[in-house]
Unconditional design. Structure first.
Length: 222
């Protein structure tokens, strides 16, 4: 009996000629890339949701609480979906990845639309932001002035709530630039991440189809 090893040659499965679709970021295997993506989504979404429910934002010093609660709720959903997707990735479950990809394709656009809407809301409500900025800063200064014992006449006539004494307009302009850039980056990165998960789903489906086709070919008589 011959003890020679038997080599089985399999054709490499290529579902896309684009290197950034065939592999995550052009260098990672799609399974490892999908795991990496879900961990990033879970971490960022948890961070954003915690801040939002505390009426804080990583992009703005002040914005309407309702917008923050909505943003936090969407991120909380994305956090749960991202953690749940790690299980079908570990099990290489095509059905689980397909379901996760469908949910991502619904949640991610809603999240990006919410982020874009918050940016527009922040731009439109400039007067509200400037008023909040002046009031919050003047309250701290007033408390310090009233605690001083020997206040001169000039200090008594000093109005800490004067217009733009704290450069609130300039602060608003800086936050608009930062939030706009952050929104663009989120749209690009989150959009590509969703495409990578979808690409992994397509690759798993093609792998199953090829396996079924090989089994059918092996049973056909020659």
């Amino acid at each position: 009996m011959s003890m020679r090893p038997r080599f089985v040659f399999r054709e490499q499965l290529t579902h896309s000629t684009n290197p950034y679709i065939h592999k995550c970021c052009g260098c990672l295997h799609l399974r490892a890339g999908a795991t990496f993506i879900c961990l990033i989504w879970a971490g960022l979404s948890l961070y954003f949701s915690i801040l939002s429910f505390q009426e804080k934002s990583p992009f703005y010093s002040y914005i309407e609480p309702t917008a923050l609660y909505l943003f936090g709720t969407i991120n909380l959903i994305l956090f749960g979906v991202s953690l749940g997707t790690l299980f079908p990735i570990y099990l290489k479950s095509a059905h689980g990845i397909r379901a996760a990809s469908v949910i991502f394709n619904m949640v991610i656009p809603i999240l990006l639309i919410s982020t874009f809407a918050n940016t527009i809301l922040f731009i439109v409500q400039k007067s509200i932001y400037v008023r909040w900025c002046i009031n919050s800063k003047s309250a701290n200064l007033d408390s310090i002035l009233f605690q001083q014992q020997n206040i001169t006449t000039t200090t008594e006539n000093f109005n800490s709530n004067m217009n733009d004494f704290y450069n609130c307009n300039r602060t608003w302009e800086g936050e608009v630039k930062f939030s706009s850039l952050s929104t663009i980056v989120m749209i690009a990165v989150y959009g590509y991440f969703a495409i990578s998960v979808y690409s992994y789903k397509v690759k798993l489906r093609m792998r199953i189809e090829r396996s079924l086709r090989e089994k059918m070919d092996s049973r056909m008589p020659f």
